[in-house]
Design a protein. Structure first.
Length: 384
């Protein structure tokens, strides 16, 4: 009988923690460093790949994702060495997707061609805004012109290019966002990630917000109107909202992120990287040491993990629900029941259906447009 993770597949996430500057809204594990000993980092990544491969022999790698930080600051030689080692250690799917995140300020034509030659097949670019004032407010070090130039380079090298935009920014009206998104859709290749600005604790924006110094943020009604405009404009342009914040042309879904949402297994390598691994029938949450130098020293001597936590079946069912309901096609109820060892509360399901928040058909349950807007409420009700 197949293990649960096989329904989602197996992938590898690699975290490059370095950036040229720290953005004030960012709560990812990213650090500004004056210099990076890249040969030493390369050796540490290769050692960690070997360690994880020894635990998961024969698994077919469906996707590889270089995240960060700013992976487009990596030497192409490092990317090539990592991909060569992964090819050596695991079999790969015929349609393997290899994504690399890039910031427009770090894009060079020769470097992108070298990433492509190494085996990268898809680029995800952090544009974030399409006017210079807002880029400055977001702490981005690139201009709109640099972003456009970088995007042109990416399109000339890769068939699959995605980019990110943040909306509900300071002093942004619904009309502003509609105009900006229309421009983005004219440019887009096959995929857009469109995120509402969230103010996270522990970020510079979080500190400013707490002190009342982050002014001009749209209220809830304006933010909801921007979300509605996002759904309307992307659908009209032929971009399917396959996940809460992600839109694509048919067949251009991010395979790696879909692996997370479909609750597959994945190895997490690099400072602070998280993973989910099923070993000897037990799914575990893995986490690497967070601080770059501490991770590097630990990986040098054979293990960059901070720790591993066995997940109970109830934990797994909850994670499956949290991830799967982000997707337009929702979750398989049989899979939920197999994990939880009990069905979802039928009263909660009926109540949410009556409210127009979810729909069901056979063994599938998914959120409606309205339900996705209130996803945390839907999940909380189902888990009561």
């Amino acid at each position: 009988m197949p293990e649960d993770w096989e329904a989602g597949g197996f992938g590898i996430y690699l975290h490059w923690p370095f950036c040229q500057a720290k953005c004030p809204y960012c709560d990812f594990n990213s650090h500004v460093a004056r210099s990076v000993d890249e040969p030493r980092w390369r050796a540490a990544f290769l050692s960690e790949i070997d360690r994880h491969a020894a635990e998961t022999p024969g698994r077919v790698v469906k996707s590889i994702f270089f995240g960060g930080g700013t992976p487009s600051l990596m030497d192409p030689e490092t990317v090539a060495a990592i991909l060569d080692r992964i090819r050596l250690r695991w079999p790969q799917a015929n349609d393997l997707e290899v994504t690399l995140e890039a910031n427009p300020g770090s894009v060079e034509s020769g470097r992108f061609r070298a990433y492509f030659d190494a085996g990268v097949s898809r680029v995800s670019m952090g544009m974030q805004a399409m006017n210079d004032r807002d880029l400055q407010r977001l702490g981005r070090i690139h201009t709109v012109k640099e972003a456009m130039d970088a995007f042109d380079i990416a399109k000339s090298v890769f068939q699959r290019v995605s980019f990110d935009l943040i909306y509900a920014r300071q002093d942004q009206s619904v009309a502003d966002w509609r105009a900006e998104l229309s421009q983005a859709l004219d440019l887009a290749v096959d995929h857009l990630s469109l995120y509402q600005l969230t103010i996270e604790d522990g970020t510079a924006f979080g500190d400013r917000y707490r002190l009342g110094k982050l002014r001009g943020l749209p209220d809830e009604d304006a933010a909801a109107a921007m979300y509605d405009a996002t759904q309307e404009l992307t659908a009209a342009a032929g971009y399917h909202a396959y996940e809460v914040s992600n839109h694509c042309r048919p067949g251009a879904e991010s395979r790696h992120n879909s692996l997370y949402w479909r609750y597959g297994d994945y190895v997490g390598i690099g400072p602070g990287a998280h993973g989910r691994l099923t070993l000897d029938g037990q799914r575990q949450a893995t986490e690497a040491i967070r601080m770059p130098n501490a991770w590097l020293e630990a990986a040098d001597v054979g293990n960059g993990d901070k720790g591993r936590t066995p997940l109970s079946r109830e934990d797994q069912a909850t994670e499956f629900l949290l991830m799967g309901l982000r997707l337009a096609d929702g979750i398989d109820l049989t899979r939920y029941e197999n994990l939880a060892q009990h069905p979802l509360n039928p009263d909660a399901v009926d109540h949410l259906q009556d409210m127009g928040m979810i729909e069901t058909s056979g063994q599938r349950l998914w959120t409606t447009d309205r339900g996705r807007l209130l996803l945390n409420t839907v999940i909380a009700t189902l888990l009561e």
